[in-house]
Design a protein around this ligand. Structure first.
Ligand SMILES: [Zn+2]
Length: 269
């Protein structure tokens, strides 16, 4: 995407974030990784509903400004995502009220309640709290970025990313819509989860259709573990971290980790 188109689309997405109340005041930030590797980002202290194409900042891959425009102080989060995910070309961060309510309540959006969400987004884990724009937050997010397309940040908000800006925005919108439905269904007496065999079929459909790759099987959510599906690499690092950060009281271990733990316990006697 050429820079001028990216500038125009960032302003359009900013307007949508503001109009849909995903941000207020100068909340949130958006960035695009341009073809030459430079980062085009929303400026600091600017309302996303009132941006102009010439107000955006450009930086190098380490976040150093290339013009006098200063990028958002939260750009570090975007740079981390670009570093961890070479396939990602755009990042959208906002504080959408329903998704953020999950993040404030200490909950991930990880229940298998909607078929379309399993197909297109997968589960959204909760990264533990870290002060915005510091290493603390980066450390909490890092293990989760690889296998997920959107994250919640405890007591803060949500971030979504994709191969282009509209995919990043769509994922953020799906996250917010799912959180809203989850909250409403709880008011109606609780949601019913999809059964394991239905989840397995959805995972197969999403991979065949190319919505999400096999790497997403390693997502840190309980329902994928229950299906018994795992990705070829057998990685469960994000999952193990997730159990810790979420404080969910549910731990998942690989066979090797379990054997190791049991051998240690026996050896300690
Ligand atoms: Zn924020």
């Amino acid at each position: 995407m050429d820079e001028q188109t990216a500038r125009r689309e960032i302003c359009r997405v900013g307007q949508l974030l503001y109009d849909r109340s995903y941000v207020v005041s100068s909340d949130g930030n958006i960035s695009v990784r341009l073809d030459d590797g430079r980062i085009l980002a929303t400026p600091t202290m600017t309302c996303k509903g009132r941006m102009t194409e010439d107000c955006l900042a450009t930086t190098d891959t380490s976040g150093r400004p290339l013009t006098e425009r200063k990028p958002s102080s939260e750009l570090a989060m975007h740079l981390l995502i670009y570093a961890e995910r070479p396939d990602v070309r755009a990042v959208c961060h906002a504080h959408p009220p329903h998704g953020t309510a999950f993040a404030v309540a200490g909950l991930a959006i990880d229940q298998p309640i909607l078929s379309e969400v399993i197909l297109t987004l997968g589960c959204v884990p909760l990264a533990s709290y870290g002060t915005p724009s510091t290493e603390e937050l980066s450390d909490a997010m890092r293990p989760l970025i690889k296998h997920h397309n959107a994250l919640l940040m405890a007591n803060h908000g949500a971030v979504a990313y994709g191969s282009d800006l509209w995919q990043a925005f769509d994922r953020l919108e799906t996250l917010e819509h799912t959180a809203r439905i989850a909250i409403l269904s709880r008011i109606l007496g609780g949601s019913r989860n999809l059964p394991t065999d239905a989840i397995e079929k959805l995972i197969n459909v999403r991979e065949a259709a190319g919505y999400l790759g096999e790497a997403a099987r390693c997502q840190a959510c309980g329902y994928l573990h229950e299906t018994g599906l795992s990705c070829a690499s057998g990685e469960r690092s994000a999952a193990s971290t997730y159990a810790g950060v979420n404080g969910a009281g549910k731990i998942s271990l690989t066979r090797e980790e379990l054997v190791e733990l049991l051998s240690q316990a026996v050896a300690d006697k």
